[in-house]
Structures are given as C-alpha cells and as structure tokens.
Ligand binder design. Sequence first.
Ligand SMILES: Cc1cc2nc3c(=O)[nH]c(=O)nc-3n(C[C@H](O)[C@H](O)[C@H](O)COP(=O)(O)OP(=O)(O)OC[C@H]3O[C@@H](n4cnc5c(N)ncnc54)[C@H](O)[C@@H]3O)c2cc1C
Length: 428
Amino acid sequence: MTDETMQGKNPDVPGVGLAQHYDVVIVGAGLVGSAMACALAADKKGESLRIAVVEAGGEPRTYQGVEFDPRVVALTHASQELLDSVGAWPLIQQHRACPYTDMEVWDAEGTGNIHFDCREVQQPCLGHIVENSVITKALLQRLEAYPQITLLRPARVKHILRPEAAGQIQILLEDSDQLPTNKLTASLLLAADGANSKVRELANMATREWSYGHDAIVTTVRTEEPHQFTAWQRFLPSGPLAFLPLQTETATCLDTHYSSIVWSVKSELGSDLMALSDDDFMRELGRAFEHRLGRVTEVAKRFTFPLRQRHAVDYIQDNIALLGDAAHTVHPLAGQGVNLGFLDVCAMRDEILRACQRELPLHDTSILKRYQRARKSHNLGMMGVMEGFKRLFGADHLQVRWLRNEGMRQLNSLPMLKNAVVKQAMGL
Ligand SMILES: Cc1cc2nc3c(=O)[nH]c(=O)nc-3n(C[C@H](O)[C@H](O)[C@H](O)COP(=O)(O)OP(=O)(O)OC[C@H]3O[C@@H](n4cnc5c(N)ncnc54)[C@H](O)[C@@H]3O)c2cc1C
C-alpha cells in the first residue's frame, strides 16, 4: 500500500534486512487459505493489497474418470456463493461436483428416520459433494490470475517474530530454496494452516480440545444401485456412517454408482475395519448400511483420520488471526467443517475491506476483535450442536433411544420446522 511496500523492501524493521513486505501473509493454501486470498483480491477495495500465500505442500493431484479424491466435502449454498464470487465455482463445475437433491437420515436402533427433499425448500439441490482437490485446484487457478497475490510454494513457516516496529510481524520460512527470500514481514498474518497449525503453536495460542474417541474411515465405493443424488447417513451405536454421492465427468461417462463414504467408528473398531481384506470390508460396510444401495461391489484404498474436537481459546493476537481448521475442528457427522471455515473467510474479508475503505491499518485491534466476535460464538454454537448429536446418537439407554426416534419422527412430520432446519444447514 505504501511506496516502500510496493518496492517489497522493509527498511523500518530492525534485523530484517531484505525481508519482503506484504500487507497480508496467509499461511496455508488449502481450502480456506486459498479462498481467503482470492476473496480479498476479487473485491475492488482489496485491489491495492499485496498478499503472500505460503504453502508447505506441492500441487494437489488431479483425479479423473472413476478415480476420486478420498477427501470430499458437502458444500452449502453459502460456501458455493463464496466460491462463485471469486470465479472458482464455474471451474469446479467444469471438472466435477455432484449436486444432491435429497438426504436420508435414519437410526440403526429404532424406526426413526428423516427425509429432506430440496423441493420442499424450493431449491434445485440441498448442496454439492465436491472432492477437496477439485476445490483447491480451482481456487489456485484463480489465485494465480491475481497479480497482487504471490504464492510461495513449497515453503513452510518456521518462526514468527515481533520486531520492535509496531504494526508488523516477521515470518521466517524454511524449504524455500526456490524463493527470493526466506523472510517476510506483514501487517496481518492469517493462519489457515490446518488443525495442527504451526502459527497457532508459535504464537502460543491455546486450544481446548479432546478426542472424540472416534476414527473416520474414508474411501470411495461403487454400489449395485445408483446413489439417486442422495446423501445417506445411518446412525449406528458405534458412530455415524455416511454415503455421499459422486459425479464422474459427464463428457466421458456418466456413472452414478460411486459414493464417498465417511464411516466414523470407535477407534478400536476402526483398527479392526482397516485390517480387513477389501472383500470383507465391503461385506461389513454393506451390512452396516443395510444394503440401501444393494451390494458394495468396489472399494478404493482406505484412509483413516482420528477425530478431535478442537477450539482455539482466542482467534486473534497482535497482527495474527486464525481461520478454518486452525481455529476449530468439528466432528464430520454434519459436514460443517469447511463450511464454517468459509464463513470465517467471509467475516475476515469484510473486516479487511472495511479497514481499506476507512484507511485503518490492517492490524488495528478493532478489526481483529470484530472478526473474533462475529465468528467465535457462531462456531462454538455449531460445535455444541455437533457434540449434542454425537451424544444423542451414541447413547444406547432405552429412554434416550425412544426419545431420539420419536424426535426424528416428529421432525419428519412437521414441514415448517423441518424446512427451518434444512435451510439453516444449507446456509440459506
Ligand atoms: C473425514 C472428514 C470428512 C469431512 N467432511 C466434511 C464435509 O463434508 N463438509 C465440510 O464442510 N467439512 C468436512 N470436513 C472438514 C474439512 O475437511 C476441513 O474443515 C477443511 O479441510 C479445513 O480446511 P483448511 O484449509 O482450514 O485446512 P487444511 O485443508 O488442513 O489446509 C491447511 C494447509 O496449510 C498447509 N500448511 C500446514 N502447515 C504449514 C506451514 N507450517 N507452513 C505453510 N503451510 C502449511 C498445508 O499443507 C495445507 O495445505 C471433513 C473432515 C474430515 C477429517
């Protein structure tokens, strides 16, 4: 923003030497970090910002045909709007995104079930299932088109220092042999470096966290019957099992028999399921899913993720803010993780653009505090709901089982309440 900034030198910070200065440094070019960079650059008010994005990993892999990224997310309409506003949504659709029109949720321990249908809320679909790599690739393609964004990759944040000069933070990188410098300074450092955030650790920002005692097994399967563009979720006593519909590229072949599964199970059972042969795993999976889509006929490589609830006590510190999984991780049972991260992005974008308009420095505490106020209570509320769901469906006490089955039946028969619930989940 200043002449010095534009020249990329920072003579005011002692000991920095040839540090490259940026208005905003974003650590992590995953879903949240790359969306954050694009969201700032896409707005006219953010055009003059100099932004660096530091990413430790390489290029995301491309999956094609009937090969799918094992990591997928269910995107809400609100997330789709953000991706559209930065020009990434058309690129995602060009590759592949599977709309789901219905959602079927049922309890293994009773007769309770809920069916959500997009037509009941006058929408063309309830959301989209998209592979993580498809979203990241689209965002990176957009990010590289903005001249004010510099992508530093592969480069890993090693240290952060607070120089004497107020209003700036210094960032030291490693693995940056290809880069012109391994030192950066920034007015604002945004940490989108995931659940085990290095920035959060270096800044000594505490978290409250505990293990759910669950592992999530994720993989892609093919079923005898087509998925019917429905997201299926069965609550078992050992944890929820989701079948999420996948789309192959329409140009090459249209096959609607593939689903991504997220099977959350108690950790001991998780190890047993991972040790099974493919044939035995498919049999167990089909049984756990009550063969709603017939037999499971193919399974790809399985991956497992330990599930932890994690919430940063504070999202902000001088010159630093946490976003996405760096600030919060939740159980994947309602598919809200990255959707919450994208809402963080929208809130932070609005605060930074407001500061640009009012010519406030980006590290101004009012900006950071407003961001924290907007996001922390909302994320906390969602985490409470997730925890409640997990406990409600994890309990095998007779009365609790009766209550939740009765609750599902009641909700299914009350269209107004059901529509309010579905609109909230869709981010409408
Ligand atoms: C099994 C499972 C299923 C899920 N399903 C859903 C779903 O249906 N819907 C949903 O909304 N969410 C879902 N989630 C959650 C969702 O995947 C995460 O919320 C989301 O990926 C977080 O994105 P992020 O960009 O914050 O972090 P990440 O995706 O973890 O990205 C962090 C980035 O930072 C980089 N990085 C890390 N350290 C450094 C460093 N020191 N220097 C530089 N770069 C660094 C990493 O390389 C990475 O690219 C699911 C999660 C799991 C585990």
